[in-house]
Design a binder for this molecule. Structure first.
Ligand SMILES: [Zn+2]
Length: 58
């Protein structure tokens, strides 16, 4: 994903910027404030709260 594009993408819950991250299998966008993970499908960020998953606290 283009870094400039990432600047325009914000969390749909808190409207803060997201952190690009990846697991072994796929990329995702992380909100460090809500501890939510948004999937990226075929290069398209899915910024929908019902598609997001909560990040378990360690
Ligand atoms: Zn957020």
């Amino acid at each position: 994903m283009h870094p400039l594009l990432l600047d325009l993408i914000v969390c749909p819950i808190c409207h803060k910027s997201l952190l690009l991250s990846h697991t072994q299998t796929n990329w995702q966008l992380i909100c460090q404030f809500d501890m939510m993970s948004y999937p990226i499908r075929e290069g398209i960020p899915i910024l929908l709260t019902d598609k997001a998953s909560a990040i378990p606290k360690t």
